[in-house]
Design a protein around this ligand. Sequence first.
Ligand code: URA
Length: 443
Amino acid sequence: MRMYDIIAKKRDGGTLTREELAFAVNGYVAGDVPDYQMSALLMAIYLRGMTDAETAELTDVMARSGDMVDLSAIQGIKVDKHSTGGVGDKTTLVIAPIVAACDVKIAKMSGRGLGHTGGTIDKMEAVPGTRTSLTQEEFFKQVNEIGISVIGQSGHIAVADKKMYALRDVTATVGCIPLIASSIMSKKLAAGSDAILLDVTMGDGAFMKDLESAVELARQMVAIGTAHGRKVAAMITDMDKPLGRNIGNSLEVAESMAVLRGNGPEDLTEVCLQLATNMLMLAGKGGESECRAMAKQVIADGSAFETCCKMFAAQGGDISVLQDASKFQKAKYSYELTAPQTGYICKNDVEKIGNASVLLGAGRITKEDTIDFAAGITMHKKLGDYVKAGESICTFYADEEALFAAAEEMYRSGLVIGPEKPALPPLIYARVTADGVEQLNVN
Ligand code: URA
């Protein structure tokens, strides 16, 4: 078999066999297939697409390129969740404890933020002392004892994806549905949970900019998981505005704790309830209304917040900051970004909001960058809100005053204020399962 022929077959619109995909992927991981040939294959896939069966085979080959975690030492059904990324997306910190408080095990690996999107592991590390790297023994023991652990993804999971994603990033081949689906699902299959809820974000702050492509990505990921014997569902959620009002690691942890204590922002609370409900349904805890009632109950009785505190404490975190957000270390400086005119916020580009927070120090542009946990943005006015000239739209937080100018320019470049209130997108558009697509339009 030759890599040249595999590239040519895909270039000409052919369907690759498992053997051909394994030859390319395993050869690339082993260093036998050079970057330039893998780049050519990725571009051919980008342009020609893949059949569902081909994508499922590619995913399986990628998953098996590293460790396949066996969670059978943990009793009960294990449910995982994955978001395709967003700004202010702190749902894992809320829904994982809710689901665990409802007696469903969470043995979850999460990622770090890169570019304009945040990551759960960075947020967890904003809680002083928190360890996000546990041995497998510690991880299993914690999940068996308290029902939940969230740790950083091990470098041995889906090794091929790590290498292929880095190549896609520099060859303009990231935005390809079968490649995104296989990248995400290879990691989820390798991570070992029985059921997986996918949060497919859609909007200007997400990979998927329209409903059709979001549904197609969801459909392909659900098909891959189902073909591998996992229970999978996907929710298409809005990313035309950040979730909640806070962007930045400590700020987002504080906001997540507010949701767990029953006094968080409405949009974030509703999205978290929907996602938690669907995770509980996948775990076989009942129908939709029953599962939603369970999720609400563990917020109301404090057990979800308590579960969250137990998880952080077990991983070495100082839970006093969860109980009292004023104990988080504060940024040295703050800055109010004011409205230049009176009117409605008609556009507030989410990617630009995310990039502004990165410029303040809340995220990283390269993997090596360090994060300022206290940096970030609190939004006082969001898409659709009315604002008066001179009124504060948001507060910036940073450790250096010099960072505000570039962040302000970035934020303002995506901001439009006009006389008409814009139509607001729903919070949740649809649910995709192996049975099909269900329009939800939850506001
Ligand atoms: N997230 C991933 O893990 N992979 C992709 O290809 C895109 C988003």
